[in-house]
Design a protein around this ligand. Structure first.
Ligand SMILES: C[S@@+](CC[C@H](N)C(=O)[O-])C[C@H]1O[C@@H](n2cnc3c(N)ncnc32)[C@H](O)[C@@H]1O
Length: 246
């Protein structure tokens, strides 16, 4: 069984059952676990005709690669991979585009948290380079708490080219970098927008940085040199939300 075909954790399984129940092939719940949320999930699964097996914890541990499955795991049909063409089609249909670009994030916990931030901020999607980035793994879905089922993840072959295509459609791209002189809170984030975040180790790659319309930093007071990318993406996205609502 391929790892990508597994989703685990209460929120992640709940989200796939809610948003795309046709993708759920079968489910496992942990024997002896008395949890109302699990009972509700089993009921929902039954409504959609999904077979549910009750198994020992070690079965779920094995199937989830010792992930934090919270007593529930589902085998699902893989989600359709979205590419640059899908992204530009969505942009055409979107009134005030708002995207998050992650330039080479490799930690599944960070991608999961960024998807969760993007969903909470109402972003239309997350864009990542296909190579050197983590994709939609079971851990990403688990950490995203359901957001991986609803926020489109566009995996593009050439990020610099995709950024240019977005700019041609009137989207302003703001890169986030700790050493930038411009203050994020003084940057105009109100129009059609994509915010670009760098990778955990190296930050924004040169071509990505050069492709941005502006670069801004989140002012920092303490002694650390940078924030975790998921924390920084949350701050940037919600500063944009604040400006767009004001
Ligand atoms: C862990 S940081 C990368 C640190 C890396 N050593 C560097 O040179 O950029 C990951 C990403 O989070 C964002 N980030 C972190 N702290 C930030 C700050 N104070 N202002 C703006 N963006 C920040 C940037 O996009 C950065 O590329």
């Amino acid at each position: 069984m391929k790892k990508q075909d597994i989703t685990f954790g209460i929120h992640a399984v709940e989200a796939v059952l809610k948003h795309s129940p046709e993708r759920v092939i079968e489910m496992w719940v942990q024997a002896g676990r008395d949890d109302q949320r699990l009972t509700a999930l089993v009921q929902t699964a039954a409504e959609f005709g999904v077979a549910v097996q009750t198994s020992a914890r070690k079965v779920l541990d094995e199937k989830s690669d010792n992930g934090q499955h919270q007593g529930v795991l589902a085998r699902v049909k893989p989600v359709k991979q979205l590419n640059e063409k899908d992204l530009l089609t969505l942009v055409e249909k979107t009134d005030m585009p708002f995207f998050l670009i992650l330039d080479g994030v490799t930690d599944p916990h960070n991608l999961g948290a960024c998807l969760r931030n993007a969903d909470a901020a109402g972003a239309h999607g997350v864009i990542v380079p296909r190579d050197n980035s983590v994709g939609l793994t079971p851990t990403v879905s688990k950490v995203a708490c359901g957001a991986a089922e609803v926020v489109p993840l566009f995996q593009v072959t050439n990020l610099a080219r995709t950024m240019k295509s977005l700019q041609d459609k009137g989207i302003w791209i703001v890169g986030a970098a700790g050493e930038a002189d411009s203050d994020l809170y003084k940057t105009d984030l109100k129009g059609p927008l994509a915010i670009a975040m760098g990778a955990e180790d190296k930050g924004l790659r040169r071509l990505t940085r050069e492709g941005c319309d502006s670069i801004a930093s989140i002012p920092m007071s303490g002694s650390v040199s940078s924030l975790n990318v998921s924390v920084a993406s949350g701050i940037c996205l919600f500063e944009a939300v604040r400006q767009r609502l004001s």
